[in-house]
Write a protein that binds this ligand. Sequence first.
Ligand code: ADE
Length: 225
Amino acid sequence: MRIDIITVLPELLKSPFEASILKRAIEANLVEVHFHNLRDYTTDKHKSVDDYQFGGGAGMVMLVEPIDKCISDLKAERHYDEVIYMTPDGATLNQGIANTLSLKENIIILCGHYKGVDQRVRDMFVTKEISIGDYVLSGGELGAAVLCDSIIRLIPGVLGNETSALTDSFQDNLLAPPIYTRPRSYKGHDVPEILFTGNFPKIEKWREDQAYERTKARRPDLLED
Ligand code: ADE
């Protein structure tokens, strides 16, 4: 998989890809991540990426031209399955969206800034709009990092134990059950006895029940689907 990220702040975005699972996935060539500084696609001497809104109003709008140039240059090199725009009015990211995107070959992620992009960017180039939650960030970069993490960990071979992504919260629309490790007893809080029985079908059943109870208590909306 190849991910191309278009941003005015590449420095803000790089560090999540330089540690832990994302770093290992890149080193193992399971994913390529490329950053494109939008200012490199400007033609004026101030390297402008934004301008005032037509019709008046507070806040700057990102220009269509440099974004067009960057996306067109990328598309001249290869086919892209999706051009994703990070925006608070997009579809809220969930495990289903992450699963679907993890199967794509090449994707572009465009990070918005200021008030956002000129509507014509969305009309002409964007195939999917994604939000990471109902709150407004200063820009799309942190959202893009969250989106990439949720996608990359699902690519086969990225997680050491192939099954571990399958037991994450939200797979099967259930939250994950409680988990324990040593010590068996800590300040009066004991690990449930069932986990020491060695009866794996029974343990699995217990985990399923716990996942269901936790989901019912915390996220009943997930059980409605
Ligand atoms: N840009 C600003 N706010 C955002 C959000 N909630 N999700 C994705 N991109 C954003």
